[in-house]
Design a protein around this ligand. Sequence first.
Ligand code: FES
Length: 370
Amino acid sequence: MSYIPLIPLSELPENSHKSVWLGKKSIALFHYSGVITALENTCIHQGGDLGQGFIQTLDDGELYVACPWHGWQYNLKSGHAPHGYKDRQALYDVVIENGTIMVSEEPVTKAFKAAHEVDPVADLRKLDYQTTEKSLNVLGISTTNMNSDLPRPSTSETALQQALDFAVSEFGASTKMIRLRDLNFRHCEGYYSRHERACTWPCSISEMDGEDGMNEIYRAMVLWADAVILATPIRWGNASSLYYKMAERLNTVQNQITLHDKVLIKKKVASFIITGGQDNVQGVAGNLNSFFTDLGFTLPPFNFLGWSRGWIAEDTENNYNSFFKSRYVKRSVRELVTNTVQLVMQIKNMDASHLQTPKPKISESGNLPG
Ligand code: FES
């Protein structure tokens, strides 16, 4: 077996690891417990940089490197994933000669990426769309939070339910209501900030945890819906915190456009119900509109219903009754749904095979080094 010199031993002190280029390959070197080992640096999952990984001791007492992108782990000495997984990172042999770390020209154990028997997000990966030319699937997303033991009337959710009921009675729509507070889902963990390609579709959290509640949102919003009506209360001038928790997890949808020119949401319409005891309806609408259009949604004219009794309306005990009796709300719900459904009908036959996506791209910035 021939060996190739990589770096002086002095550049890899005990308790350290780093990646080193070997021609076109990158090798991750580890120096722990007096042993130097070498793995292929590019993680078999999605390409993370193991030389930047975290060293962990697992239950078997062995040292593993956890990939900094999504945490897949590999045994430092064998390249194997932990017990129960068949995946393996390529392992190189290491010798030290004259104070230089040398690695085998070829791996002594090849990489292996197992086909995982159960893929909890296979439908998302395949983009199994459930919309058809004739479908009229209207998804309601309620983002208000409340304690289910002490339920209280919610203006935003009441209007959303009225909107879905009207979509059924007037247009024969199929409807679904998702209440974010009923879903148990993790926050976005910011893999994007490690590397743009670390934010994947399907979301890596969904891959790791098939039970994550956002999977219901991804399926309903991306695969099933023709139209989404999102309802939010106004909290300190903004949409609800649950909305933002969901929006951050939708980075996985938007990132496909930025990275791959791949638009997952096409020919779908979005509208909003925004209610608050106090004001900033327009600010919230502007924020929602810009985010949803960035995801690929189309917006109908007059696409939000706003409700606010103004800055000095501290008598919140009267808010729900005023809202419930309001003729404006009743009329606006119907008009919102009508505008939404009409646009769905109009864009059903639009050719969206190549949507232009004027997204910022680093390659076009003109600021690249060199
Ligand atoms: S790229 Fe390594 S765990 Fe995903």
